[in-house]
Design a protein around this ligand. Structure first.
Ligand code: AMP
Length: 308
C-alpha cells in the first residue's frame, strides 16, 4: 500500500441543475478526490487552504474518512474559495457563473512532513504554480504523479501549465480540455501531442461516454455505467481521479494493465457521485455498494466472441 498526497480546492459550491438548486454546499476538487480515495482505506492527506468561514463539521467529515487534514491551512480572516455553476438541460455541459479565488489567490502550499515521501501524488485542479510547488517539496521522487486541470488554467496560466505537465506521469482531463490544450479534434492525435509534452499516460474523460487511457500505442476504453438518474455531475471528474489514484495507491502497481482497473474504479465511483447534489452520495457510500456496481460494470463490458 502506498501513501496518497492530494492537492486541490476545498470549497463552497453553489449548483444549479435542471432538477434543483443549492446554495454554498461543501465542494472542491480535493474534497471529491479525498472522498473517492477513502473507499480504499489508504493513508491520504489533503493540501489546501480555507477561510475562517469554513465549518468545522466539514473538516470533521474528511477526518472521519481517515483523511489527514493537517495540510489544510486555515486563514481566519479570509474567505473560502467559492464556485457557482449552472448545468444545461443535457447535463453534459455547464457554465461557470462565479469563481471567487479568495484565500486561494495567495496560497502557498505546505506539504506535511510525513507526506513528503508519498508514493502517489494527485494534483487536483488548481493554479499550476501551486501544483508545481507541491512536486518540488517531495523529498523522494513519487512513483506516480497524476495531474488534473481545466480550461480556466489553460486560458489564464498556459506557460505555467506546460511546466507542470512536463513533470507528471499521468494527465487526466476531459475531452474538451484535451482538444483545447492541443488544438486537435481527434482525441488519438490529442493524446499523442500530450505524450510529447511529458506524460507517459493520458486519461481522457468523456463524461457519460466513459474514459480513454492512452500509453503510446496502447489504448483502453471504459464506458460510463448507463444510469437511470443523473442529478448533479459536479465533482464527477474529481471523483474519477480520486478513484483512479486511490486504486493505484492501494495496489502500489503502476503498470498499464493495473491502470485499466484504476480507470474502471474511477468510472464506478463517479457513477455514484452524480446521483445526488455535491458530495452527498460520496459521504455515505459503502464498500458493498461499490462492489455491486463493479459487478454490473463487468457484466456490461464482458463478451465472448469466436473469431475465425
Ligand atoms: P468537476 O465537476 O469534477 O470538474 O469539479 C467540480 C469542482 O471543481 C467543484 O467542487 C469546484 O469547487 C471546483 N472548481 C471549480 N472551478 C475551479 C477552479 N478554477 N480551480 C479549482 N477548482 C475548481
Amino acid at each position: 500500500m502506498s501513501k496518497l498526497l492530494i492537492v486541490g480546492t476545498v470549497a463552497f459550491d453553489a449548483i444549479e441543475t435542471p432538477f434543483g438548486i443549492t446554495d454554498r454546499i461543501l465542494g472542491g476538487a480535493a474534497t471529491f478526490i479525498g472522498l473517492a480515495a477513502s473507499q480504499f482505506n489508504i493513508d491520504s492527506s489533503i493540501v489546501s487552504v480555507i477561510g475562517g468561514d469554513f465549518p468545522k463539521e466539514y473538516l470533521d467529515l474528511l477526518s472521519n474518512k481517515n483523511i489527514d487534514v493537517s495540510g489544510i491551512e486555515m486563514i481566519k480572516e479570509g474567505k473560502t474559495f467559492f464556485w457557482k455553476g449552472k448545468y444545461h438541460n443535457d447535463m453534459n455541459s455547464r457554465d461557470t457563473i462565479v469563481t471567487e479565488l479568495n484565500v486561494l489567490a495567495n496560497f502557498n502550499p505546505i506539504v506535511p512532513e510525513s507526506y513528503r515521501d508519498a508514493e502517489i501524488v494527485m494534483l487536483g485542479n488548481l493554479h499550476p504554480q501551486i501544483q508545481l510547488s507541491v512536486i518540488e517539496q517531495m523529498v523522494v521522487k513519487p512513483k506516480m504523479v497524476i495531474l488534473d486541470t481545466m480550461n480556466f488554467w489553460m486560458n489564464n496560466t498556459l506557460e505555467d501549465l506546460y511546466r507542470v505537465i512536463k513533470k507528471v506521469d499521468v494527465i487526466a482531463i476531459n475531452d474538451e480540455e484535451a482538444r483545447q490544450l492541443t488544438r486537435e479534434y481527434s482525441l488519438v492525435v490529442a493524446a499523442r501531442k500530450i505524450h510529447e509534452m511529458g506524460p507517459k499516460y493520458v486519461v481522457i474523460k468523456k463524461g457519460e461516454h466513459g474514459a480513454l487511457l492512452f500509453n503510446n500505442d496502447n489504448v483502453f476504453y471504459a464506458p460510463a455505467l448507463p444510469l437511470e438518474e443523473v442529478f448533479d455531475p459536479t465533482g464527477a471528474g474529481d471523483t474519477f481521479a480520486g478513484g483512479f489514484a486511490g486504486y493505484i495507491a492501494k495496489t502500489g502497481d503502476t503498470s498499464f494493465e493495473n491502470m485499466k482497473n484504476a480507470v474502471i474504479y474511477g468510472s464506478t465511483l463517479a457513477s455514484f457521485c452524480v446521483e445526488k447534489f455535491g458530495t452527498e452520495r460520496m459521504e455515505k457510500l459503502s464498500n458493498q455498494e461499490v462492489h455491486k456496481r463493479l459487478q454490473q460494470f463487468k457484466a456490461l463490458t464482458q463478451f465472448e466472441i469466436q473469431l475465425t
